[in-house]
Write a protein that binds this ligand. Structure first.
Ligand code: AMP
Ligand code: MG
Length: 408
């Protein structure tokens, strides 16, 4: 039975999962509510940034040609004609042979072409004394040097972070067109599962995957619509899935392998969802299913706690990020040297949990699919492709960095 399912490579399975995701429609949100969303449209600047030439420093605006030849023993002394602070609109012209006292952000007076910082200027009774020459443009922020009028300031598909918020606001925008963020429903399954705080009967365990997965989903910047749990019973599972209507993505956990008590597949087929059932050539992980319920993708993850989180990381997170419209759906990948040997199944890709630091990757000591302590306190997932069953210490591996803080 199990061998009837295709054995897919991780790459192929990831490509199929991503192909199932169409970014959700756009909505306009006030800029300050856009943190972590993906832009649905380019933002084109309708004005230059900065909007006017202005001073980069507190100092003295001059014509650079007036300071030609200035040296410590042959200083140039110019009368200070006027003063100009940030926010002043009415700007006088700077005539030749004069300086103007200016502050950071003040408009550059017409006629001036440089600003010498005050640390380099001596002040003597209404005059500014310069002991060095300067080039035109010194100390000046030119209009449009950051963004030219008509230029693309932000690109569709990019993630809105603090810098994007700053740029959009600096350009005068009040709101942005962003993709709606997906809402995700989670269904855990198993007769053995109980809520935290409940008295556990013999054989019972706490449902840790449901809340852990909800946390992983939220950390990916997505809303949790609901979390449901079903016994290993087709009708109960069906009812739990029915309660997921309205979600943009459904995640199920466990019951997806080929045991007689694995009902997820039957329940989904009963609901009319199309289902692609795979064994992925990886550990932890292996059983994984991808379905479609109308326009809603359903990703069925394995129940072993480590498998659940690792497969969410590899398949679920890119899927939710793509639904949310992000162009970049992957974590940063870095190269590292293994600090200890790793044993793995020869024919499977192995996702080794451990700690990356400064180019070295230290695997967690125990790597079983049920060993949660292999993930706790770690920050990386080393991807070791199918091949030899042992990698010696010193081998080069590619590490997915998990510990990067998310916008959520
Ligand atoms: P299954 O995929 O249903 O065969 O489950 C595989 C293993 O994962 C079993 O040991 C289950 O008890 C365990 N498991 C399944 N669901 C959860 C859950 N929500 N929380 C913690 N462990 C789970
Ligand atoms: Mg089960």
């Amino acid at each position: 039975m199990a061998s009837a399912e295709p054995l897919l490579s991780v790459q192929e399975a990831r490509a199929r999962v991503l192909a199932a995701a169409v970014p959700l429609p756009a909505e306009r949100l006030p800029i300050e509510s856009c943190l972590g969303s993906a832009l649905a449209q380019d933002l084109v600047a309708d004005r230059p940034l900065p909007a006017f030439d202005n001073s980069e420093v507190d100092g003295y605006a001059v014509r650079a040609s007036d300071l030609a030849g200035a040296l410590p023993d042959r200083p140039v002394s110019l009368p200070v004609a006027f003063e100009l602070a940030a926010g002043e609109g009415a700007v006088r012209r700077l005539e030749a042979g004069r300086a103007a006292r200016v502050f950071t952000g003040a408009p550059l007076p017409p006629g001036a072409d440089a600003v010498v910082m005050q640390e380099r200027v001596r002040r003597e009774a209404g005059r500014a004394i310069f002991e060095t020459a300067c080039e035109a443009g010194l100390g000046v922020r030119r209009a449009g040097e950051d963004v030219a009028a008509g230029a693309r300031a932000l690109e569709a598909g990019s993630t809105v972070g603090p810098a994007e918020i700053a740029l959009a606001l600096a350009l005068g925008s009040t709101d942005l067109s962003v993709h709606r963020r997906p809402s995700v429903a989670i269904v855990t399954t198993g007769d053995e599962l109980f809520d935290p705080g409940e008295a556990l009967p013999p054989g019972g365990i706490f449902d840790s995957n449901g809340p852990a997965l909800a946390a992983a989903v939220r950390a990916a910047g997505v809303t949790i619509l609901g979390r449901h749990r079903a016994k290993d019973d087709p009708a109960a599972l069906w009812a739990a899935l029915e309660r997921c209507r309205g979600a943009d993505l459904v995640l199920t956990v466990a019951g997806v392998s080929v045991g007689e008590r694995d009902y997820v597949r039957a329940a989904l087929e009963g609901l009319g969802a199309s289902l692609d059932f795979w064994r992925v050539a990886m550990r932890p992980g292996k059983p994984l299913a991808l379905g479609r319920w109308g326009r809603v993708p359903i990703l069925c993850l394995p129940g072993n706690p480590v498998s659940c989180l690792v497969t969410f990381e590899l398949f679920g997170r890119p899927l939710v990020r793509r639904l949310a419209g992000h162009r970049e759906v992957e974590r940063p990948l870095v190269d590292a040297e293994l600090s200890a040997a790793v044993r793995k199944p020869a024919d499977l890709a192995f996702f080794c949990r451990g700690r990356w630091e400064d180019g070295r990757f230290t695997p967690a000591p125990k790597q079983g699919s049920g060993i949660l302590t292999s993930l706790v306190g770690q920050n990386g997932l080393a991807e070791i492709p199918p091949g030899p069953s042992e990698l010696p210490a010193g081998s080069r591996v590619r590490v997915r960095l998990l510990g990067v803080p998310e916008l959520s």
